[in-house]
Design a protein around this ligand. Structure first.
Ligand code: NAP
Length: 296
């Protein structure tokens, strides 16, 4: 079996996900490094059906991803038993933008809307989509109360939080959450201890932006601004963007505290290529050097 399809338990839950999951942001909302235009509905449907055909069983979306939830509902809800479905609440869709509301009623309504758009009876994981004042959301407790009520009503199975750093640590220790979604990749390793802590406490860990929002792919070569660490990584791999992705993906694969990495793309060929690049042989010494560069 390929590394991408390796099944990993979500923490101590009785649920497994493929190591590579699908991040459904850019199939519903303009997003990306250079080419930000979202695909049309038909193309988005082809991408998502093909992702399921490949055997990937985790889809991550959010109320704030504009048309994403609706497109998932329209294109793959008939295959609902083939995927673990994760969404988010707190940041709300208001195309072309979004707004934040973490009050009890806003969260309750958001979960109901997500269920309707996603054309499902239950969402496996609902995560808090934190905004500019995450401390207040945590202290108020209204958001978690609304999520727990939805859980009691059978609308959601598990609770999650998408946040980093010290607040992620607090969320892990709070006992309120089953899954943490965190940013983690070669260029940003700040959550390394949180991944370990999440694993120790029996939480599932989902990684977002594992390819550094595209900077750890062949696109890095065209990036207008290259942070110093990225320049050093590119020198290490002799400007081989594919090798950079192989190192970036295997850096995550070797961390057994990670349940799944949510790869975001609107391009099916990129998704397939990432699965192949994860599989490619690489020089272990090179990965050690890449990790050191990213740490500094
Ligand atoms: N606050 C939150 O909770 C939050 C925030 C951000 C993201 N997320 C989640 O994490 C997921 C991933 O985030 P992300 O998309 O920002 O980061 P990412 O997965 O690190 O990077 C995706 C970017 O890399 C490009 N890419 C991927 N594979 C490529 C390849 N083989 N060659 C060239 N370019 C490639 C994609 O462009 P193409 O479309 O052209 O392939 C896209 O611009 C999202 O979909 C979402 O589910 C959550």
């Amino acid at each position: 079996m390929s590394k991408a399809l390796e099944k990993r338990k979500i923490g101590s839950m009785n649920q497994e996900v493929t190591f590579i999951g699908f991040g459904a942001l850019s199939i519903g909302r303009d997003w990306g490094l250079a080419d930000k235009q979202r695909p049309d509905e038909k193309e988005a449907g082809i991408v998502m059906n093909s992702v399921l055909d490949l055997g990937i069983n985790l889809i991550d979306t959010a109320s704030a991803y504009h048309r994403s939830e609706e497109r998932i509902g329209n294109s793959i809800s008939s295959r609902r038993n083939e995927y673990v479905l994760a969404s988010k609440c707190g940041e709300h869709n208001e195309e072309p933008g979004t707004f934040y509301d973490f009050s009890y009623n806003a969260i309750k309504e958001s979960i109901d809307r997500s269920l309707t758009l996603l054309k499902t009876d239950v969402i496996d994981l609902m995560q808090i989509h934190f905004g500019p004042d995450p401390e207040k959301v945590i202290t108020d407790g209204e958001t978690v109360r609304a999520m727990k009520d939805a859980q009691k009503e059978g609308k959601i199975r598990y609770l999650g939080a998408s946040i980093d750093g010290e607040l992620a640590r607090q969320c892990i220790l709070s006992g309120d959450f089953d899954v943490m979604q965190m940013e983690y990749h070669l260029l940003n390793q700040q959550n390394v201890d949180n991944i370990k802590l999440g694993q120790e406490k029996g939480l599932g860990v989902f990684i977002r932006t594992g390819l550094g929002r595209g900077l750890l792919t062949a696109k890095a070569l065209q990036a207008e601004v290259k942070p110093t660490k990225l320049q050093q990584l590119l020198e290490l791999v002799n400007n081989d963007g594919d090798l950079l992705s192989t190192l970036a993906l295997n850096f995550l694969y070797e961390n057994k505290g990670i349940s799944s990495v949510l790869i975001g793309t609107k391009n099916l060929e990129h998704f397939k290529k990432n699965i192949e690049l994860l599989e490619k042989d690489f020089d272990k010494e090179l990965l050690i050097k890449a990790i050191e560069i990213g740490k500094n």
